[in-house]
Design a protein around this ligand. Sequence first.
Ligand code: SF4
Ligand code: MG
Length: 347
Amino acid sequence: RDPLLRIRGLKTHFETAEGLVKAVDGVDLEIPRGKTVCVVGESGCGKSMTARSILQLVERPGRIVDGTIEWRPDADSDEVVDVTGLSPKDPRLTSLRGGEIGMIFQEPLASLSPMYTIGAQLSEALRIHRGLSKAEARERAIDMLRVVGIPRPEQRIDAYPFQLSGGMCQRVMIAIALSCDPKLLIADEPTTALDVTTQARILDLLGDLQQASGMSMLFITHDMGVVAEIADEVVVMYLGRVAERGTVEQIFNDPKHPYTRALLQSIPTGGKTDGVRRPLTAIRGMIPHPQNRPTGCPFHNRCDFAVPGVCDVQLPPTALFDDHHLANCHLYDEQGDGVHPGAAVDG
Ligand code: SF4
Ligand code: MG
């Protein structure tokens, strides 16, 4: 296993006037070549901040205080870049952002400039990262709009973002992100602002584009229905930490962590992206404020299986099940054998 990206012990903290917020607090994550890793969790769990840390896009007062983020662009070479060691002006970072790593966000209209045509914005990326001439960039931009399924791209290229629907704008963002043939696409809730039909189309499109290009994808979502649709591997996050990690089959067929089980219960039966979803508030209790991180397991105040005197006191150990499947939970010992009653519950 030679991942494209390997994050170890990442801590991204915010020093605010009200106190220290440990938005990301010791996250390990690997993105294999050509695969889609979904990071899933409720808002505030640190999933977006993990993604932003990869591109050094954390804004003050936040900063990466610990950990490594290793980028291995080429499976056949020994080149390893620790992204956390790159200064903001390092050309290596510029080539990562929007070049080797493409990024799309939840709100396409907030990411596109209202002042420029979509063609101008697409061409800019191509000229910066690819050194294309104006005419070449325009031609490639039209090709890219066609690839992402925008009808009549020769005309649409001269449209401004406000002239397009949300779904079309998200396709433009995908076109921009993919225009430089990234090795990794980071997608942060890219379909959350879209209606369910458009959402399903965009997910299909991303799946097809990935198959065609062989790129890896880091897909961030709060929605287990989306995970089911698109993931090869899943990382479940809660309050800045990894609760569970596994293949999509392991997570859906044999979930180990009570939080993962609760997330799965929030998906309506039979529904992937075509049904109406129950909100994640189906999980009882409130997410603690990140400034008031509970002692012990961060999930203990909402967990139906919490072991008194243990879960509220000690950080959970890492239980390793089959192969790549792990959970941080007191219900298991480090070999993955159940040591408390909740372990045997079927997901
Ligand atoms: Fe629940 Fe305890 Fe496991 Fe945390 S460590 S998820 S409180 S059983
Ligand atoms: Mg977010």
